[in-house]
Design a protein around this ligand. Structure first.
Ligand code: ADP
Length: 484
């Protein structure tokens, strides 16, 4: 295995109540490198009992953590941010090893993950309340913001670091404490972040990381009346389940679920910019992001040219092990992921779509899929309806703007959308007509810690990052002062 500068960042234990523990059962789960299939580490297979203890530790840590001043919490978060930045290379290597993404993308994710910690270290100091003019002379109305309390985060494998910091940082900034259940495929990045949080001086119990049996851990977290909030990033299917499970304790929820992002190219678009935007929005992380373009809606006048330019660009992508500096496309996360992509492509081809490039497993074998462009795709084909989560670009043709908007909005999802046009009036018209939480206009890359990330419809609710992100972790309390 590639050597880390600081071997101590590779932890094979869970972080609970400030201690590094094994599962009570002694059972462990293997973590594998998707590029090679090799086992790189083992982590504890925790379940109900360990989760109960994490909740108790969080409950015990909460009063002292919320009682600290915002400036004190901010300073600790700042220190955590600095340690993440100092350990960028090791964190990136660990991520590529367990997730498969190219090392350059892993470094980019560590920077992105760190930026949430920096941002919320700053926002911690700006959690302002309000004074409202009272209708009676002898009263004063004051609004204060208080931390929600014990929070839980269940996170996915596609961004093993950033999906954790963008939940943990605002929670801790607001005075909440947090239990994280990372994805089973990528626990090492989560545990390494916990090592650095501990080194930063974040007190025991304020942040715990529990790896192991997702369903058992999720059931305890959602059933517990102590856990006041659950934040989840993952599939709409599991999101629905967690919403239902949380009903019994009426929990605060943030849900960042699946997407079916349309990428609309109008006749008047700058085609070179559109192709560059298509490459980053589709093929980043081998198509495994919830804001990845899932269907390209291309206007008649430029359809053939856009297709040709995209195929040319895709032909230049280098597929391989993420640790190889030349690699631009890593493997898919696991066998079910590649089976699903293969199935969607086969279904499209059987329904009349044409493979312009790729269309099958890559010669490297394993879970490598060849970067693919499909033309003659109909909007009703499964590949344009379901979330692909792989390096496949289906190209659908449209005639006019109204048809493009109708097709784009014809989805249960509403996370990200993209449009390329040089007409300023159309930018506003279409930008406002799209039923999506985020719209990239003449760009394929929209993620930043300073902007609100989140969706509408069955893509979920709540916003992460930006000045809005901390609101998901506070309660508004109204103090009515009478008899003055
Ligand atoms: P994906 O299909 O991308 O793996 P999932 O929604 O299945 O997305 O997984 C996202 C996160 O949800 C992971 O941490 C996973 O372990 C967790 N998860 C999956 N099933 C459950 C469940 N029944 N209860 C709680 N967490 C779950």
């Amino acid at each position: 295995m590639t050597v880390l500068t600081d071997r101590d960042l590779l932890r094979e234990r869970c972080f609970l109540a400030g201690a590094w523990i094994e599962a009570d059962s002694g059972e462990r789960v293997a973590v594998t490198n998707p590029a090679t299939g090799a086992v790189i580490a083992h982590v504890p297979r925790c379940a109900e009992a360990e989760t109960e203890r994490a909740i108790a530790a969080a409950q015990a840590a909460f009063p002292a953590w919320r009682a600290r001043t915002a400036a004190q919490r901010s300073a600790l978060l700042r220190r955590w941010f600095e340690l993440i930045v100092e350990n960028r290379e090791d964190l990136a290597i660990l991520m590529t090893l367990e997730q498969g993404k190219p090392l350059a993308e892993a470094r980019g994710e560590i920077d992105y993950a760190a930026s949430y910690v920096e941002w919320f270290a700053e926002e911690a100091k700006r959690l302002y309340g309000d004074v409202i003019p009272a209708p009676q002379a002898d009263r004063r109305i004051v609004v204060v913001k208080e931390p929600v309390g014990v929070c839980a985060a269940i996170t996915p494998w596609n961004f093993p670091a950033a999906m954790i910091t963008r939940k943990v940082a605002p929670a801790l900034a607001a005075g909440c404490v947090m239990i994280v259940k990372p994805a089973e495929q990528t626990p090492l990045s989560a545990l390494a972040l916990a090592v650095l949080a501990e080194r930063a001086g974040i007190p025991a119990g304020v942040l715990s990381v529990v790896t192991g049996r997702a369903r058992a851990i999720g059931a305890v977290l959602t059933a517990s009346p102590v856990v006041r909030k659950l934040t989840f990033t993952g599939s709409t299917e599991i999101g629905r389940l967690l919403i239902a499970q949380s009903a019994g304790t009426v929990k605060r929820l943030s849900m960042e679920l699946g997407g079916n992002a349309p990428f609309i190219v109008f006749d008047d678009a700058d085609l070179d910019a559109a192709v560059a935007g298509a490459l980053v929005s589709k093929y980043r992380n081998s198509g495994q992001t919830c804001v990845c373009s899932n269907r390209f809606l291309v206007q008649d006048g430029v359809y053939d040219r856009f297709a040709a330019l995209l195929v040319e660009a895709v032909a230049g992508l280098t597929v391989g092990d993420g640790l190889d500096p030349a690699t631009q496309q890593g493997p898919l996360i696991d066998a079910p992921a590649i089976a699903k992509v293969e199935d969607l492509v086969a279904d499209a081809v059987a329904s009349g779509a044409r493979v312009a490039i790729g269309g099958q497993r890559h010669a490297l074998g394993g879970t490598f899929f060849a970067p693919t462009v499909l033309t003659d795709v109909a909007p009703s084909m499964r590949v344009a309806v379901e979330e692909i989560f792989g390096p496949v670009a289906p190209l659908v043709r449209f005639t006019d703007e109204a048809e493009a908007v109708r097709m784009a909005n014809d989805s249960d999802y509403g996370l990200a959308a993209y449009l390329f046009t040089r007409d300023a009036a159309r930018v506003w018209r279409v930008g406002e007509a799209l039923e999506y939480g985020m719209v990239g206009i003449n760009t394929g890359l929209i993620s930043t810690a300073v902007a609100p990330f989140g969706g509408v419809k069955q893509s979920g609710f709540g916003r992460e990052g930006s000045k809005y992100g901390i609101e998901d972790y506070v309660e508004i309390k109204y103090l009515c002062m009478g008899g003055l």
